[in-house]
Design a protein around this ligand. Structure first.
Ligand code: ADP
Ligand code: MG
Length: 476
């Protein structure tokens, strides 16, 4: 009966060294209230000066999503009162943003869809209210005040939580490829507001939306959206109307609840900041930035498929994280490893342990060099892939060196045909019943024989040779 419509506003913290309008540091984790200077606090008489680095980063983003970069974009004061905003206004962009339009492709179950961007604008972050430090009081940390952000606004074109999360993940991956943000969601460097409304199936008129503020994990975005869809459907089902409002997602209760009724733009009394000039951007600057762009996820995806013969599915996984794709390519560098086998290893073994131990690529305990060594030992059949998996787990869990493990354990795959022949003959002799069953058509028993030989060789037999020998010898 109802169709959901979702538009996202994503706040990305740019990783400049200093604030957007002041020389104060943007370092995360410094003692509270030590990193905001008089400019960030808007003390009387100060003058903001625009950080060129932040402008360049916004342009990079715009180029990457095919936007128009607007010359003479304007900084505006967005006036509102909140304790974490001592100057009483936030410097943002309103009528003319620096980045206009653009698009991001998402692929879900092999199907491609384009999500259009409305705009991306530069703005400063506010401070942070802390409600859990003192029992009956709130505290304020202004370190973050004046930190440069880009706010990326999408068109209301996503139809469900899955699309919204995929879009969010793609933008997250992109800003990390561009090197303009660390994307750290726990630290608040990447967070989003989700706007959700329902409309009658097939209708082209959008319904009234609720906006869920400041969600900082992919999982929360998904559950917040799904909850909100259910809540609104229940309201509409009973014939009531949705109230336009700002809501908060509470992960501990897994619900959204009302924060305040929606503030309209004209309540903010936006006006151009008289202290800041329009941002003039030359075509030369844009060209220069274009010529220095890193390889982006979509280009890397095409390259991986062509250069390494990987499937689209595998490629999407590898390319989604810039560091993971580099880990993969570092393993292949100057080696004759099979790319497909290497990709499989990363996608199954490496990512499984990474997930289990909650580690991101930069914290992997196994270097690409050590994994390369391990995989070449599989390729030249010194060890079996079963052995390699055991070794890999030890490398991951105890940071052990693969050379030491393989040597100390005397691991060696038995590929000597004569030796394996003897063992295979013995197994066949001692299991004549199973041999008869196999020969009368029970093909599945081959696995049993392989298992017996493996057991006899303590897991060191070369499975390929064992399979061949067994198949030959078991023929009637
Ligand atoms: P603001 O939230 O500041 O008022 P906008 O009106 O520009 O800003 O909308 C912000 C976001 O809300 C955009 O991502 C837009 O796609 C989305 N949006 C607008 N209307 C709807 C709607 N009816 N349903 C879902 N999303 C919407
Ligand atoms: Mg909004």
């Amino acid at each position: 009966m109802w169709e959901s419509v979702i538009g996202l506003e994503i706040h990305v913290q740019l990783n400049t060294k200093s604030k957007i309008f002041s020389p104060a540091s943007t370092n995360f984790g410094a003692p509270q209230n030590t990193q905001a200077c008089a400019i960030d606090l808007g003390m009387p008489g100060v003058l903001p000066v625009l950080n060129e680095e932040a402008v360049i980063m916004a342009i990079k983003f715009g180029i990457a999503v095919g936007s128009e970069i607007l010359d003479n974009s304007i900084f505006a004061r967005k006036n509102y009162f909140y304790p974490d905003l001592p100057k009483g206004y936030q410097i943002s962009q309103y009528e003319i943003p620096i980045v206009s339009g653009g698009a991001m492709e998402i692929i879900i179950n092999g199907k491609s869809k384009i999500i259009h961007l409305t705009r991306a604008h530069l703005e400063e972050d506010a401070g942070k209210s802390i409600h859990d430090l003192y029992p009956n009081e709130s505290a304020i940390d202004l370190n973050r005040a004046g930190t440069p952000l880009i706010e990326i606004v999408s068109e209301p074109e996503m139809e469900n939580a899955e699309e919204a999360v995929q879009y969010l993940k793609n933008i997250h991956s992109l800003v990390r490829y561009l090197g303009i943000s660390d994307g750290n969601m726990q630290e608040g460097s990447f967070r989003c507001d989700a706007n959700i409304s329902l409309k009658k199936k097939g209708s082209t008129t959008l319904g009234t939306r609720a906006e869920i503020k400041n969600i900082n994990s992919f999982k929360y975005v998904e559950s917040a959206i799904n909850h909100e869809i259910e809540r609104q459907a229940a309201i509409l089902d009973r014939g009531d109307s949705v109230v336009q409002e700002t809501r908060l997602y509470d992960p501990s209760k897994d619900e959204t609840r009302s924060m305040r009724s929606k503030v309209e733009a004209n309540d903010y009394r936006y006006f151009p900041d008289p202290d800041l000039l329009p941002v003039s951007i030359s075509q030369e600057l844009i060209e220069e930035i274009k010529s220095n762009m890193p390889e982006l996820p979509s280009a890397k995806k095409t390259r991986f498929i062509n250069q390494y013969g990987l499937s689209e599915y595998d490629t999407i996984i590898l390319v989604s994280d810039r560091e993971l794709s580099e880990y993969f390519e570092n393993i292949l560098k100057d080696s004759d490893l099979n790319p497909k086998m290497t990709a499989n290893w990363i996608i199954t073994e490496v990512l499984a342990l990474a997930k289990k131990t909650y580690l991101s690529v930069k914290d992997y305990p196994v270097s690409s060099e050590d994994l390369k060594y391990l995989l070449s030992n599989v390729t030249n059949e010194t060890i079996s892939s079963k052995q390699a998996k055991d070794v890999f787990e030890r490398m991951w869990d105890n940071k052990e060196n693969p050379r030491d493990i393989i040597e100390n354990e005397g691991m060696k795959q038995i590929s000597d045909v004569d030796e394996l022949n003897k063992i295979v003959d013995n197994i066949i002799k001692n299991n004549y019943k199973s041999v008869e069953e196999y020969q009368s058509g029970k093909d599945k028993l081959l696995g049993f024989f392989v298992g017996q030989v493996m057991k006899e060789t303590q897991g060191q037999g070369n499975p390929k040779i064992i399979n061949q020998l067994l198949k030959e010898k078991l023929k009637k």
